[in-house]
Design a protein around this ligand. Structure first.
Ligand SMILES: Cc1cc2nc3c(=O)[nH]c(=O)nc-3n(C[C@H](O)[C@H](O)[C@H](O)COP(=O)(O)OP(=O)(O)OC[C@H]3O[C@@H](n4cnc5c(N)ncnc54)[C@H](O)[C@@H]3O)c2cc1C
Ligand code: FES
Ligand code: FES
Length: 491
């Protein structure tokens, strides 16, 4: 394998770093705190939930080459994923004379901190927002804070601080990122790997391929390697289960995997596209944008990829059911070429996906929704934000006259894999799209699924909720007036 480099090179605050002694499992959080003594970044949960470890990571986006800064969870971000990025910690915010950044000052002025443990993470989340939005709405502030838990202050003072900080923009030279944006962008361009980086020996190594051809070569040589994209699943294998992941292949820097292409036929989304990057494209499918907004917090959405959500094969991943209902296909690639597959066929059994040795997921194709087709996805959780689905139902139908012409219904959380409700679909096909049809189709869920009891929901709850989601889809599809009429008729 061609080997141009044996070090990970990135910028940390205002210094360039080159590391040639990095283990696949080394996290950014440990590197900051233990090696660099940058202890402003805290460890709360070590699983991406609390936001105490939030830092910003700047990267050049795929083809546009613009430099974006995004909040990430340093606890589950691996050092091996940092090549050609700019990591910014809370220590970088204040001016050299000690003057605090407006975001930090507002947190003091508005009493946004008590014990202070969550504060550096909250400051970094608010700083990420401050950089991108001049006048954020309350909803935008709440979204930016979705992934930050504060156990003692309460969020009102923090939100007031965010509103006040938005108005404080002393000058471009004042802000550390604005001031250095151009030079950092040029530097990151130069740091981009043009050939594969390998650190370590034999199977005990981390590998950073420069492109998809390099990735295919690496996987042909190491078919049992762990592919690491956003690490929002793999990170927890390391921090919670202490699992080795070597050889680890970091793919988050591969520009080809981050493309989104739109045509009349539909969308082609690279497997390495993050939830945040996919939002603008997927929001065209009704309810998909709202669903994405409920995956993790902002940090997880900035790191986590649609490809990772599919490849992990979880029965409760949020993107497979809506993608299956929309008729998505995936493209798998290896050194031998590419292989397209309907997404629903990718999931074989619990923990078993149709991915052959040496293959990786390259892209997902999502067909356009024809005018007149109805589509919706509903996520059922115990709390609105930062929660994993108990179940998730996605529905798509088309009508001919008043009759159901096509129906695709897929669920997560109801079986060992994301799965279509084919008996329910059959019960709807050719029938008039009416409440009576829906009521009789509801019983077909019992043919399709035998859900399990677990701590998220009982089997009975899941079954009832699935049936009710079909009714909800029907009621929403007939519009508000028809619903009111229906309630009057019942009354
Ligand atoms: C706090 C928190 C909240 C979360 N909330 C949700 C939620 O609400 N809903 C939800 O669905 N998920 C949630 N997740 C799980 C996770 O964010 C998603 O599954 C995410 O999409 C995984 O993507 P990733 O890029 O981080 O994958 P990684 O962790 O990098 O990888 C996941 C798996 O996919 C494989 N893989 C990744 N990319 C490829 C590829 N291109 N080809 C082949 N294999 C590949 C990896 O080897 C691994 O097996 C949450 C995670 C955290 C930490
Ligand atoms: S320590 Fe809690 S999200 Fe990282
Ligand atoms: S100030 Fe104590 S946890 Fe937020």
């Amino acid at each position: 394998m061609a080997q141009a480099s044996d070090s990970i090179r990135f910028i940390l605050n205002d210094r360039e770093v080159a590391l040639s002694d990095v283990a696949p499992t080394d996290t950014l959080l440990d590197f900051l705190r233990l090696e660099r003594r940058l202890t402003g970044t805290k460890e709360g949960c070590a699983e991406g939930d609390c936001g105490a470890c939030t830092v910003l990571v700047g990267r050049l986006t795929g083809n546009s080459e613009s430099l974006v800064y995004e909040t990430v969870n340093a606890c589950i971000r691996f050092v091996g994923s940092l090549n050609a990025t700019h990591a910014v910690t809370v220590e970088h915010l204040a001016a050299s004379d000690g003057t605090l950044h407006p975001v930090q000052q507002a947190m003091i002025d508005f009493h946004g901190s008590q014990c202070g443990f969550c504060t550096p993470g909250i400051v970094m989340s608010l700083y990420g927002l401050w950089l991108t939005k001049d006048n954020p709405s309350r909803a935008a502030i709440e979204k930016a804070l979705q992934g930050n838990l504060c156990r003692c202050t309460g969020y009102e003072p923090i939100i007031r601080a965010a509103e006040a900080a938005a108005k404080e923009r002393p000058s471009a030279v004042f802000d550390p990122i604005t001031r250095t944006r151009e030079t950092v962008a040029a530097r990151l361009k130069a740091l981009r790997a043009t050939e594969t980086i390998v650190i370590g020996k034999g199977e005990d190594c981390l590998i950073v391929p420069a492109d998809t051809a390099g990735l295919a070569t690496v996987l042909a040589e190491h078919p049992a390697a762990t592919i690491v994209a956003g690490a929002t699943d793999v990170g927890l294998w390391v921090t919670k289960q202490m699992r080795p992941i070597n050889p680890a292949v970091f793919i988050n820097g591969i520009a080809e995997l981050q493309k989104i292409e739109s045509s009349e036929a539909g969308l082609t989304i690279g497997a390495g596209v993050s939830y945040t990057a996919a939002f603008e494209a997927l929001v065209a499918y009704p309810t998909f944008g709202a669903l994405l907004d409920r995956i993790g917090g902002e940090q997880v959405r900035n790191m986590g990829t649609i490809g990772g959500n599919i490849a992990n094969g979880s029965p409760i991943g949020d993107s497979p059911p809506p993608l299956i209902a929309l008729g998505a296909t995936v493209t798998l690639r290896s050194k031998d070429g590419t292989r397209p597959l309907p997404l629903e066929d990718f999931f074989i059994a619990y923990g078993k996906q149709d991915r052959r040795p040496g293959e990786f997921l390259e892209s997902i194709f999502v067909p356009a929704l024809p005018a007149g087709d109805r589509f919706a996805a509903y996520k059922v959780t115990k709390r609105r934000d930062e929660d994993i689905s108990a179940l998730l139902g996605a529905f798509r139908i088309s009508l001919e006259g008043d009759r159901v012409k096509t129906a695709r219904i897929a669920f997560g959380g109801m079986a060992a894999t994301p799965k279509r409700a084919k008996a329910v679909e059959a019960a709807l096909l050719g029938q008039p799209w009416t409440e009576d049809t829906v009521r009789s189709a509801q019983t077909a869920f019992e043919t399709d699924f035998q859900p399990i009891d677990d701590w998220r929901a009982t089997s009975a709850y899941r079954m009832l909720a699935a049936k009710n989601l079909l009714m909800r889809f029907f009621l929403e599809s007939i519009g508000e007036e028809a619903q009111l009429q229906r309630f009057e008729d019942v009354a």
